[in-house]
Ligand binder design. Structure first.
Ligand code: IPM
Ligand code: MG
Length: 368
């Protein structure tokens, strides 16, 4: 089979980690008999520099015409002073909206080899944890009414959180279905003790729960959820939440796994075409130094194989290779922890993965 992949490298470490992912995907393709055709498009600061806007029409059209989209990261200090509509981040929100990607899956799994890199006490990581955060991605405060005005105290700015029953139901159903395929537990996170939008969120989730009696459902307020994540991450299976809360909780969860450099994500909508990107940013401080951990990007590639193309064996092969390489003690600087091992560069880590992929046989280990 041939698959067309729109490649949005973006800024900072984006180009180096997407290069790693391309190499890994090509190796998997060669092994399983698929051809991946990568078509690069501009996005973020790189697009601002080249054509004067963060999300050129050509990029959106290219993504719409592709089978799937692989994205590195956008943003950096160079573009921080630009007006809101011209910022690289605007491109990210724009492409998610343009492709209708309302569902963002962010798995946070503790790799056994990385227990030492987690900031949690040993007894809290002993059993490991495997959490799937289902983040609503095209609604809420990110896309609500916003602006500046003159108020009682002079200049003020506002952003509004708004959710429709329709939006809550579609992300809720996705989360219940995901929980069904995993260990059958779902926690919905909101702030229903304060926010009207959260009260509608909670009512809608409760109504949905009646159709999923096989899923053990509960709610948590977001402040409590943030605390429970560090207190006892093993209690969680699937978490469903709004755009903003999902953004914050997924960064928190990532750190529990040792490094944000390990967390992949899949953004999906009604069509099979998804957008796959690490949850981390463009890390301008280490860009171009070959220090970045390519794992989150490579694991995002694995999620693409699984979700966009339905290539489960191929996705397993990539994920197993990451497991195996970590277990052999190959760690980039962000995940060496207190192990005392010498950190690998991003390209050396990629080379280890390619070697591993060349030799190993596919098996099935992951559930997401
Ligand atoms: C993420 C990022 C983005 C978000 C930013 C860069 C706009 O933090 O994907 O988590 O908030 O969605
Ligand atoms: Mg974020």
């Amino acid at each position: 089979m041939e698959y067309r992949i729109a490649l949005l490298k973006g800024d900072g470490i984006g180009p180096e980690i997407t290069e790693s992912a391309v190499q890994v995907l090509e190796t998997v393709g060669a092994r399983f008999g698929h051809r991946f055709v990568f078509e690069p498009y501009l996005i973020g600061g790189a697009a601002i520099d080249a054509v004067g806007e963060p999300l050129p029409d050509k990029t959106v059209e290219g993504c719409l015409a592709s089978d799937s989209v692989l994205l590195g990261a956008v943003g950096g200090p160079k573009w921080d002073a630009l007006p809101a509509d011209m910022r690289p981040e605007k491109a990210l929100l724009g492409i998610r909206a343009a492709l209708g990607l309302y569902m963002n899956l962010r798995p946070a799994k503790l790799f056994p080899a990385l227990k030492g890199a987690s900031p949690l006490r040993e007894d809290l990581t002993a059993q490991g944890f495997d959490i799937l955060i289902v983040r609503e991605l095209t609604g809420g405060i990110y896309f609500g009414e916003h602006g500046t005005r003159t108020g009682r105290y002079g200049e003020e700015a506002f952003d509004t959180e708004c959710y429709s029953v329709y939006e809550i139901e579609r992300i809720g159903k996705a989360a219940f279905e995901a929980a069904r395929k995993r260990s059958g537990r779902l926690v919905s996170v909101d702030k229903a003790n304060v926010l009207e939008s959260s009260r509608l969120w909670r009512r809608t989730m409760h109504r949905l729960a009646e159709s999923y009696p096989d899923v053990a459902y509960s709610d948590l307020y977001v402040d409590n959820a943030a605390m429970q994540l560090v207190r006892d991450p093993q209690q969680f299976d699937v978490i469903v939440t709004s755009n903003l809360f999902g953004d914050i909780l997924s960064d928190e969860a990532s750190q529990l796994t040792g490094s944000i450099g390990m967390l992949a994500s899949a953004s999906l909508g009604e069509t099979k075409r998804g957008l796959f990107e690490p949850i981390h940013g463009s890390a301008p401080d280490i860009a171009g130094k070959d220090l970045a951990n390519p794992a989150a990007m490579i694991l995002s590639g694995a999620m693409m194989l699984r979700y966009a193309f339905g290539l489960a064996d191929e996705a397993d092969a990539v994920e197993n290779a990451v497991d195996a390489v970590l277990a052999r003690g190959c760690h980039t600087a962000d995940i060496v922890g207190d192990s005392g091992v010498r950190p690998l560069s991003g390209s050396a880590m990629t080379a280890e993965l390619l070697r591993e992929l060349g030799g190993q046989r596919a098996g099935s280990a992951r559930r997401y």
